[in-house]
Ligand binder design. Structure first.
Ligand code: FAD
Ligand code: NAD
Length: 400
């Protein structure tokens, strides 16, 4: 008889940590473990705004999966998941198929354009390494081309749609990068604009108002402009169409950071969705499924106290992984499953290399201490994943 097979789909925070824990907790004869991912590397989604602005090299944000996961213990398959066939317990990949006994769906997020006209065609997304590199290259090209033609100042405008954490962290990096590009191409700094457009009355809706005010003023001092209470109605080749009077804001670079949803494989596989994700049971299994766990940004995990789901974060995705691995072991050993309990350590958002703000264990932090804390958070994950060896290779040791 063959060992039961656990298949993990997606090597993001949730998938990598689940696989790592399974590798440690299970004896080889208890289960075969298979990890499927689109690329042979794992990337730090939480650093993609830096890759997109060009303030870090994309190689710093990615890690070879086989450096972390032992290929002698875990079968690694680099292929794209197309669909999950639950009736037959099979996963359809672009180039092959795979059967499973236990499945972990950790395929992460996709950018959500909410059907806004023209957004898919004309805006860039901070979604993965490739889409983020494209933004960096595009911005640099705008500056280089302007220097050669010098005709249209709008070419130097970078428009960012959505003032959630992704949009705000991205404009923070742009505030570092744009002066450097101006210097490189001999362009007057005042000609290059960074504009963030947010539909809600304020950027970072729902976050601590003192910290939001701090973020806004810090970014404005470094030349970021904000349009708040300004809903983007459409996107054209030239820019965003904004507000009730349909004002066109022109730009050479248009980036949409207005929202995320679960991976589209969920819908293709017939799972019941709420706003693009599966609302999972307390033990992180999909409703009605004995053997399928859905974790990370593909899952809504209910915050029973507040009667709404927890926001999708890397912090939560890693904690899902611990519960998911424990529950898989429990299933294999006929033990009882545990419910997920979120341990909220806080939120820190970077505002560039030397500035940040957030709440840590309930305390407000901003400025250099917050920026230092942000690096601690980033480096802690690198340590958890690959110990000191990986930290030396990929840790954030930039002085500030
Ligand atoms: P992901 O990290 O998205 O990983 C999904 C994996 O699945 C990827 O490796 C992908 O290549 C793979 N995959 C996708 N589709 C397929 C397919 N069809 N076939 C095979 N493989 C596939 N959260 C925080 O807690 N703190 C932060 O500071 C923070 N900063 C952020 C900054 C930015 C710019 C962004 C965009 C998000 C940030 N977040 C942050 C949110 C956080 O990144 C996500 O919640 C987290 O990445 C979710 O982890 P995941 O494992 O579910 O998915
Ligand atoms: P989000 O949904 O949190 O923010 C999107 C923003 O776009 C919102 O403020 C929304 O009001 C705005 N928006 C939506 N439609 C609009 C329109 N038509 N016109 C103008 N504005 C519009 O998405 P995100 O910022 O990508 O964050 C996704 C998740 O990742 C969140 O859970 C977030 O907490 C997490 N995240 C965390 C960090 C961090 O902890 N440092 C950083 C980035 C992301």
């Amino acid at each position: 008889e063959q060992n039961p097979r656990i298949v993990v789909l997606g090597a993001g925070y949730a998938g990598m940590m689940t696989t790592k824990k399974l590798m440690k907790q299970l004896q080889p004869e208890e289960a075969e473990i298979v990890l499927v991912n689109k690329h042979n590397y794992h990337y730090q989604t939480t650093w993609l705004h830096e890759v997109a602005a060009g303030t870090i090299n994309h190689n710093q944000a990615r890690i070879m999966i086989s450096d972390i996961i032992n290929p002698n213990r875990v079968r690694l398959i680099y292929d794209s998941v197309e669909e999950i066939n639950r009736d037959e317990k099979r996963v359809v990949l672009e180039n092959s198929e795979l059967s499973y006994d236990y499945l972990v769906v950790s395929l992460g997020f996709e950018t959500n354009t909410f059907g806004i006209k023209g957004m898919d065609e004309h805006a860039f997304f901070i979604q993965d390494i490739d889409s983020s590199q494209l933004i960096r290259e595009h911005i640099e090209y705008q500056f280089a081309q302007y220097k050669n033609t010098g005709e249209d100042d709008n070419q130097l405008t970078i428009l960012v749609g959505g003032g959630g954490f992704t949009g705000i962290e991205f404009v923070g990096e742009l505030a570092e990068k744009v002066p450097k590009l101006c210097k490189k191409y001999d362009i007057d700094r005042s000609k290059a604009r960074i504009i963030n457009v947010e539909a809600a009355p304020s950027i970072l809706p729902g976050f601590d108002t003192d910290l939001v005010a701090y973020a806004k003023s810090s970014l404005e001092k470094r030349g970021v402009e904000f349009m708040e209470g300004a809903k983007i109605q459409a996107c054209t080749e030239e820019g965003f169409v904004v507000g009730d009077d349909n004002e066109l804001i022109q730009a050479g670079t248009i980036v949409w950071t207005g929202g995320v949803t679960g991976n589209s494989v969920l819908g293709k596989s017939g799972f019941e969705l709420t706003k693009g994700k599966v609302t999972v049971n307390g033990d992180l299994r999909a409703p009605g499924e004995e053997n399928i766990f859905i974790i990370g940004d593909c899952a809504w995990v209910m915050n029973e106290k507040e009667g709404r789901p927890f926001p999708p974060t890397a912090q939560a995705a890693m904690q899902h992984a611990t519960t998911c691995a424990n529950n898989l072991r429990a299933l294999l050993r006929n033990e009882s499953l545990q419910n997920f309990v979120f341990d909220d350590k806080g939120t820190v958002a970077s505002l560039g290399v030397t500035d940040a703000m957030g709440t840590v264990f309930g305390n407000k932090l901003y400025g250099k201490p917050a920026a230092a804390m942000k690096k601690v958070v980033d480096n802690r994950y690198i340590f958890m994943l690959g110990g000191p060896k990986l930290f030396l290779k990929k840790g954030k040791v930039r002085p500030f």
